[in-house]
Design a protein around this ligand. Structure first.
Ligand SMILES: C[S@@+](CC[C@H](N)C(=O)[O-])C[C@H]1O[C@@H](n2cnc3c(N)ncnc32)[C@H](O)[C@@H]1O
Length: 275
């Protein structure tokens, strides 16, 4: 059976006689940690705003989380529907833009959702497509197609080849995470599984590693995917071959943006442009 805990974290807790308390990264105490870890990251915002500028009609932000991308899109004047599986994550988004007329938050699964309208742009940021396995991605693609307006654009991010290499090795190290009272040290543990097709990631606050205590271990499980595989899947699912462009990142992380439309619509758009 697959575990949410890495062997390294289990061993580390064992050495101090501590008991793990598993906590999904995207609910409960995980949401605060996620916001501290990723919230200040401005990566992808510029690219998504550029796509939004060329979009007519509303935008759908899938796996929107605490609104790292949603908030700037709404502030740019766009009407956005934000979907996320976690009400805890969306609660933070709602707090950031209370009662905003241009924002709708929907607790739903990106594998299975049904909204009354279609969207000019559907996005998935923060490489969150890697939260889904192959079957789940097929369901996602079918749902995106149903919700995409004619000529609408589907765009999502993925780790580029250089970053993806770091996902192929199990690793354990200390990281500094910003907090209200200054940075805190966390153990970051990544365990590669399924012959490199998946990775389990854990974070543990170093200060919590006390003798015999209960220690919260934040967990996530991700697929390791590359652009060629996803391009093939998109075409199989009825999308056109995606355009792939680099995302500008401050820390130099290698992230790419895949942009596609329903097959047939990109050719029509090219023909319209040449008339
Ligand atoms: C990495 S965060 C991304 C948040 C935000 N888009 C960003 O750029 O920071 C991933 C989000 O996906 C959500 N999530 C995970 N599985 C999901 C699913 N099947 N359907 C919808 N949301 C999901 C999690 O709750 C979490 O908020």
């Amino acid at each position: 059976m697959s575990s949410s805990l890495t062997e390294a974290v289990v061993a580390r807790l064992c050495t101090v006689g501590a008991v793990p308390k598993e906590q999904d990264l995207y609910s409960g105490a995980g949401t605060d940690f996620y916001d501290r870890l990723v919230g200040p990251d401005r990566a992808e915002i510029r690219e998504m705003l550029a796509l939004a500028r060329d979009t007519e009609g509303p935008i759908l932000d899938l796996a929107a989380g605490t609104g790292r991308l949603t908030v700037p899109l709404v502030r740019s004047g766009k009407r956005v529907t934000a979907i996320d599986l976690s009400d805890d994550m969306l609660a933070r988004l709602r707090r950031a833009l209370p009662e905003h007329a241009m924002l709708e938050c929907v607790v739903a699964d990106m594998r299975d959702f049904s909204l009354p309208q279609q969207f000019g742009l559907v996005i998935i940021g923060a490489t969150s497509i890697t939260l889904l396995d192959r079957v789940a991605r097929s369901l996602l693609y079918a749902n995106v197609r149903r919700h995409l307006a004619p000529h609408g654009v589907f765009a999502f991010t993925l780790a580029g080849d250089a970053s993806a290499q770091t996902f192929s090795v199990s690793t354990d190290r200390e990281i500094e995470v910003p907090g209200p009272d200054g940075a805190e040290t966390y153990l970051f543990s990544q365990q590669v599984e399924e012959d490199g097709a998946a990775r389990v990631v854990n974070w543990v606050r170093a200060a919590d590693l006390t003798e015999g205590g209960e220690v919260t271990v934040l967990t996530s499980r991700l697929r390791v995917l590359d652009r060629a595989e996803l391009s093939r899947e998109l075409v199989e699912a009825g999308f056109s071959v995606p355009a792939i462009s680099p995302v500008r990142t401050l820390g130099g992380e290698d992230i790419v943006l895949l942009t596609t439309t329903c097959a047939g619509h990109s050719e029509e758009r090219d023909a319209d442009a040449s008339r």
